[in-house]
Design a protein around this ligand. Structure first.
Ligand SMILES: [Zn+2]
Length: 359
């Protein structure tokens, strides 16, 4: 088994470059020593956290004359000179004192080579679509059905009397029949490369506070530095196979209220509207739970027409990474929006992670 090397210089004190409230949420890495937990330095912290988020299970760090092999599957570090092994752990940084050094983040991400994310489970293959080429579909129902049932319940409105023409209550009645973990390594690498670019570009851009977040299942890291979210996607059954094999293709998407592109939502009830316009209680269907790089979002206050998100008004002429419309009062003809939505126009900016079969 080969190690991936991300060499960093010896630790230096990091100056606070941003106000505390401007920082993305950070995590703190610690190692066990004499019965206590000690903090890794900020350089190592950034490397470890972003390597972890990329699903990189093995890496090496240098500190002075010492080299440490880090194994994130075992959560252990190994001093290659002395042979000493120590436990490591990842905890939220309550004090908010750790700083994120984006140049180190980029180095860690750039060092990821062909290695499957450490949290991808192995198990029994199952495909209702026949042979799927390079894609592995792993049946994780035994461990994930209850988790997904909870996510479904938590992301569907309980009362649709205030939501005309919606399928809110119908979503509450659906039961999770099967969960597949989608392992499309070729497309994952494209997604990971795009994610590294978004980290560099969005530089601490913030998500709308009102946008609900779907908690990731235990052990599945999301990269806060890219504003990576877990969101539902609903589409007709004819599109599912293509999405799983090739990702989302905004070129064949219909124009929505917030521009051309692929649409995602934190609401399962909203995603069900896209599966079938008149879904019945006894219809079986499939929702995709996806990683989405929201990056630097454009917050739409009214409907928006465009083949890509609006420009950011910076000196580089760059565009926003996504269009986000949060639920609430809207300007123009549409006075009220009931569900939050996120639209992206880049094929590699979303990764379908789970196929959730509902009945
Ligand atoms: Zn709803």
């Amino acid at each position: 088994m080969s190690c991936i090397v991300a060499v960093v210089e010896p630790c230096q004190a990091q100056e606070e470059s941003q106000e505390k409230e401007q920082k993305p949420k950070v995590w703190k890495w610690q190692y066990g020593q004499s019965g206590a937990w000690c903090d890794h330095c900020s350089d190592h912290n950034a490397c470890l956290d972003e390597a972890y988020a990329c699903g990189q299970a093995l890496l090496q760090l240098t500190h002075g004359r010492h080299t440490y092999s880090i194994d994130m599957d075992r959560m252990e570090q190994h001093n290659t000179q002395t042979g000493k092994r120590r436990s490591i752990r990842r905890v939220t940084d309550e004090s908010g004192t750790a700083s994120v050094d984006l140049s180190k983040v980029a180095a860690a991400i750039a060092s990821v080579v062909s290695r499957r994310p450490h949290y991808w489970p192995s198990g029994i293959h199952y495909s209702p679509w026949g042979t799927m080429g390079q894609v592995d579909l792993i049946d994780v129902s035994a461990t994930m059905a209850t988790v997904m049932q909870q996510r479904l319940h938590d992301t569907a409105h309980a009362d649709d009397s205030a939501f005309p023409n919606s399928q809110c209550v119908l979503a509450q009645k659906k039961r999770v029949a099967r969960v597949l973990h989608i392992q499309n390594f070729d497309f994952w690498m494209c997604y990971a490369a795009r994610r590294a670019a978004v980290v560099q570009k969005c530089q601490g851009a913030r998500l709308p506070e009102a946008l609900p977040a779907i908690p990731a299942p235990q052990g599945m890291p999301l990269l806060e530095a890219a504003n990576e979210l877990l969101l539902w996607h609903g589409s007709g059954k004819d599109s599912l196979r293509s999405i799983i094999q090739h990702g989302f293709d905004p070129r064949i998407s219909r124009a929505g209220l917030y521009g051309e592109g692929s649409y995602f939502t934190p609401w399962a009830c909203k995603a069900l509207q896209y599966v079938k316009t008149s879904l019945q209680a006894d219809d079986s269907c499939i929702l995709l739970l996806c990683r989405v790089l929201v990056g630097c979002p454009y917050q739409a206050q009214t409907s928006y027409k465009g083949r890509r998100p609006p420009e950011r008004n910076d000196s580089f002429g760059s565009v926003h990474d996504s269009v986000v419309s949060v639920a609430g009062p809207k300007q123009g003809n549409r006075s009220q929006q009931f569900h939050d939505e996120v639209a992206i126009s880049e094929n590699t900016q979303a990764y379908p992670e789970y196929a959730v079969f509902l009945k």
